[in-house]
Design a protein. Structure first.
Length: 305
């Protein structure tokens, strides 16, 4: 497949219009030496860096007018986007972090980079973790490295490339965690949603690993149902996390879908943690997820030729 312009992580309920005015050219090669508010030309369009008015250490990154990431320079464990907190809650339910023993070894692959918010979190929470972030936009990757003083390799490495090509090149069982947070406009590109792609992700996962996707959808929920059916066709166990209004088809937003060869969401504290957030979320177990996607068609690659 050709090189496609896939955009990373979006808080889909929080889309806003891009401000008027042209982008600043910005320093070449990402040599700003720290965050500088402004609009920057990147390979896939425009990036806007905005100070957080409520937090002197906080910065919001918008990509082509859509809120994409928030970074707290003083606290990598702070995640402002609810859907990111839901993802991390699932991760912690599989790999708990006992107080005073933050030594869990975790090999994580992040498909979709933006500001690397979740990779920064995992480095802080799991100091022995190894995080590789796949970002298709080389210029954005350069800016992000400079703006946010990211942890260095091997803790956090940004690899410029296309997500499917990278997945298909990786060795069997080489990751415990894969997070897919990639968008082109409002939705994830189909080549990153199909059963063939999902099977490639499962191949790359080690036994007991977890595949987590951020699915953006409309109130019709047709995309989420097909993604649930597809992930369920590849993985033995599934789970969904989303706020009740989204699951009832009342608004446009994010649904988190996970797959694994081991049961998901077994921690008794996980539902309570999800309900206690600023935007309370529900946890659906495997039975509920399969019921949700029962009538939907599994997503498949387009026939070649």
């Amino acid at each position: 497949m050709g090189r496609q312009r896939f955009r990373s992580g979006k808080a889909l309920a929080a889309a806003t219009e891009e401000p008027a005015g042209g982008p600043a050219a910005g320093p070449a090669g990402g040599t700003t030496g720290g965050p500088v508010a402004g609009t920057y030309e990147i390979d896939t369009g425009r990036a806007e860096l905005i100070p957080d008015g409520d937090n002197p250490d906080g910065w919001l990154l918008k990509l082509n007018g859509v809120q994409s990431s928030h970074v707290d320079l003083g606290d990598p464990l702070r995640l402002d986007f609810e859907y990111m907190r839901w993802i991390i809650a699932l991760v912690r339910s599989r790999w708990p972090v006992p107080a005073g023993r933050l030594d869990e070894k975790l090999r994580a692959l992040h498909l979709g980079g933006a500001a690397c918010s979740m990779a920064r979190y995992l480095v802080a929470a799991y100091p022995q973790s190894r995080n590789v972030v796949i970002e298709i936009d080389a210029k954005l990757a350069d800016y992000v490295r400079s703006w946010f003083d990211l942890p260095r390799a091997p803790l956090l490495k940004i690899r410029v490339g296309e997500a499917r090509e990278v997945i298909e090149s990786l060795s069997d069982g080489s990751r415990e965690l894969i997070i897919r947070d990639v968008f082109a406009g409002a939705f994830t590109p189909k080549p990153l949603t199909t059963a063939e792609f999902t099977a490639a992700a499962r191949r790359v996962l080690a036994p007991g690993g977890m595949y987590i996707v951020n699915c953006g959808d409309s109130p019709a929920l047709s995309t989420a149902r097909r993604e649930a059916a597809t992930i369920g066709s590849v993985f033995r166990h599934t789970a969904i996390v989303a706020d009740p209004a989204m699951l009832k088809g009342r608004r446009y937003g994010n649904i988190i879908i996970a797959g694994s060869d081991l049961p998901l969401g077994q921690s008794p504290s996980l539902p309570r943690e999800l309900l206690a957030g600023a935007m309370p979320a529900q946890l659906w177990d495997d039975s509920a997820v399969r019921g949700f996607g029962r009538t939907a068609q599994v997503l498949m690659d387009e026939p070649k030729g």
